[in-house]
Structure formats: C-alpha cells, structure tokens
Write a protein that binds this ligand. Structure first.
Ligand code: FPP
Length: 251
C-alpha cells in the first residue's frame, strides 16, 4: 500500500530494494561555478542528505554511495584532508537526525587506514544506529571493489588453511559471505552522475546483475526528481539475470 503522497510515476510494488550511487562531478560542478573543488564536495553532501531521506520515503531499503575510493588518496593533500574533515563534520552533524528517522548507518571499506577521529565517529554511528529498521545507508569509504574481493579471499584462505573449508566446498556464496556487507542484497539499480560510463572499481562483485542508469547531471545538481526518473526507468526494464524472457512476458 502506498501513502497518498507516494510519487504517482512509480509502481510501489517494484521499488528497487537496493540502490547504489557513484556520486561524480563535484569538481566539475564547482569549477563551472567558479569555486574550488571542496565547495563542490560540500554541495555534494547537501545533495546526499536530500537523497538519503528521499530514498527512505519512497521505500528503498538499502542505499550505498561511493564516498571515497581507495584511489582517491592520489588527489592533492588539501582535497583529501578537506574530504576527511567534511565526512567527520557531516557525521557529527547528522547523527541525531539519522537516529530520529530510524536510518541505519554502515561504513564499508578498509577503515583502518582512515584518520582515527573519523574512524571513531564512523564506529559510533554504526553502533548507535545498529538496531534502526528503516533505510540502511551504506557509505563506501576507502573502498575499492578489487580490494573488497582480495579481503574476502584472504579471509577465505585463512578458513581454508585452518581447516574450516575445503577447496571443493567453495561456491559463489562462500566468497560473497566474506564481503564487507554479506547480509545486504546485491544492488538492483546503479546510478552514476556526471555522465561517465564506467564502474570505477565500485561494488564489482555485487553489481553483476544491477541495472545501470547514467545521467549527465553532476552530483551537486542531482535532485529527488532525478532519483524518481531513474527508478521509473528501472521499472520499465526487464531483468533477465541471464535467462531468456519470452515476448509474452514483456508487458
Ligand atoms: C566525485 O566527484 C566525488 C567524490 C570523490 C567525493 C564524494 C563525496 C561527497 C559527495 C561528499 C559526501 C559526504 C559524505 C558525508 C560521504 P569528483 O571530485 O571526482 O568530480 P569531478 O569528476 O568533476 O572532478
């Protein structure tokens, strides 16, 4: 059942359970405004806040965003430090409202390499929101898709060496159970802003069957309406998961 203000353009029974977003274009957007890159990231944070609550309101269960990739350390030190400070301040500023709205926060990535104050803030947020039951908001930070698979393989190799696994018993599930968030279903829809048509090392394993939607709009200019358009487009697609779909089913 949908509420009276549920978007009329969407089918409430086919809302993607998990939406993942590559939030790209902060720098280009800022440059076009004659501002520095960090200004773009701060505006990107404002967009992210709108999208978290919009996603929850339309019934998305999981939202995963690429906040800082393992390759982003190669940016100028000033930008990296600015992004770390932004994440720290954003987490501190948002935690109460996230709690009040029942949002569960998870942070995925190699967190041990982050500054200790940020790591502590993330751990506290995860701990405080652990029992929340509305949207699960996953922040991928110091995240790389290949690194995630490597970490899962290391875990698996340890279990093998210590006799908890045999080579013959290894299936896809054996590896997926060792990824950063094994309890979360794979993304149904992957959105990328600012027009590039690539995965950029994001959720490589998990996006095997995700529908991809790319918009030229840079992340700071992305709105709830763009999210609704992406979902409406997703709802018009036929997901095959490698199978044949008969013409009759293409209604
Ligand atoms: C890509 O734009 C964006 C990032 C590397 C950072 C994403 C971070 C935010 C949106 C702020 C999020 C806030 C929190 C709390 C996680 P880009 O800089 O690569 O843009 P460009 O391709 O135009 O240079």
């Amino acid at each position: 059942m949908s509420s009276p203000d549920f978007p009329a353009t969407l089918d409430p029974d086919r809302i993607p359970a998990h939406v993942a977003i590559i939030m790209d274009g902060n720098g280009r957007w800022a440059r076009a405004q004659g501002k520095d890159r960090l200004y773009g990231h701060w505006q990107g944070y404002r967009t992210l806040k709108q999208i978290v609550y919009a996603a929850d309101e339309i019934g998305i269960r999981y939202l995963t965003v690429y906040g800082f990739s393992s390759e982003n350390w190669r940016r100028p030190a000033e930008e990296v430090e600015g992004l770390m400070r932004l994440m720290l301040e954003a987490m501190r500023a948002e935690i109460e409202e996230l709690m009040q709205n029942g949002i569960r926060v998870r942070v995925l990535g190699r967190l041990s390499q982050l500054p200790s104050d940020l790591r502590r803030e993330f751990s506290d947020a995860m701990e405080r929101t652990r029992e929340n039951t509305r949207l699960t908001f996953n922040l991928a930070i110091n995240y790389g898709g290949r690194a995630e698979i490597v970490d899962a393989v290391r875990h698996l190799a340890k279990d093998l060496l210590e006799g908890r696994l045999s080579p013959e018993s290894i299936e896809e599930e054996t590896l997926s159970a060792r990824l950063y968030a094994p309890d979360i279903p794979d993304p149904d829809l992957l959105i990328r802003t600012a027009g590039e048509m690539r995965l950029s090392n994001f959720l490589l394993w998990e996006t095997a069957y995700a529908e991809i939607w790319v918009t030229p709009t840079p992340w700071p200019a992305f709105t709830r309406d763009h999210l609704l358009t992406a979902i409406a487009d997703y709802q018009r697609r036929t997901r095959k998961f490698g199978a044949v779909v008969e013409e009759d089913d293409l209604s």
